[in-house]
Design a protein around this ligand. Structure first.
Ligand code: SAH
Length: 232
């Protein structure tokens, strides 16, 4: 049984979208992950297929109706997969959570639209809110694509020979060291000597030190967490 993503959305045609290309596209063809979409609109109750209504208490925009969305969610049935609602109010997605999600059976993703969804569905269907960053998108679809891309590349066999991305930014708590490739000199700039020295120990040391410097400079939040971890 492959890792399965079920997406509840008003725009099912957005999937698999970019995930049908490259690494995730190949993995899809190989059956390493599966996708189904549920069109929330097909659960509307009236002949106009209404999915939204004005916010109680007033204010701009529209809100996804709880009855319609709940019926869409219930149509998926229950299994071991977490039910996530993409939402700027959610816990920010990080690599540790991505690893957890990738190691499970898959995900059920609810894509919000308009001003968001009725709070009673979030509570009543135990949706875990997940944010992909502190900015506002127009819908949860792109956020879902981001979350899925991050998970799919970690599924068994997807990255192939690459050492499962263990060196990458965030995996060690540090940002990644800089990369270089040929030509040896480009626009008058040479690749750092150490990288062409063949001393694997020294190269590893250099990379670690570059990663530390970069992280301290760019991401004091990560750096402080890393230092605290090292002290333990
Ligand atoms: N009024 C809401 C924003 C609604 S944006 C607020 O201020 O919190 C419409 C939909 O886009 C949301 O329901 C959510 O599904 C999605 N979305 C927007 N920004 C997002 C983000 N940073 N991360 C995840 N989903 C997001």
């Amino acid at each position: 049984m492959s890792w399965r993503a079920t997406i509840l959305t008003l725009y099912p045609d957005m999937f698999p979208g970019p995930l049908g290309q490259s690494l995730s596209g190949r993995a899809f063809e190989q059956g390493r992950w599966a996708l189904d979409t549920v069109n929330i609109r097909s659960f509307a109750h009236d002949r106009h297929h209404t999915v939204d209504d004005t916010p109680a208490g007033g204010g701009p925009g529209m809100v996804l109706k709880p009855d319609v969305l709940a019926d869409a969610i219930d149509s998926v049935g229950t299994d071991n997969r977490p039910r996530l609602l993409l939402s700027p109010r959610g816990r920010p997605l990080d690599q540790a959570r991505v690893r957890e999600l990738a190691s499970g059976d898959g995900v059920v993703l609810v894509c919000g639209r308009f001003e968001g969804v009725d709070q009673r569905v979030i509570d009543g269907r135990q949706l875990e809110e997940v944010s992909i960053g502190d900015y506002i998108l127009s819908g949860g679809e792109m956020a879902s694509l981001v979350l899925l891309d991050a998970c799919i590349r970690l599924l068994p066999g997807v990255m192939g020979a690459q050492a499962s991305g263990e060196d990458e930014s965030f995996e060690s708590g540090l940002l990644e060291y800089p990369h270089y490739t040929r030509p040896a000199v480009w626009e008058g700039k040479a690749i750092p000597d150490i990288l062409t020295s063949g001393h694997h120990g020294k190269i590893a040391e250099w990379r670690k030190s570059e990663a530390r410097t970069l992280t301290a400079e760019r991401r004091p939040d990560l750096w402080n967490a890393y230092c605290a971890e090292e002290q333990d």
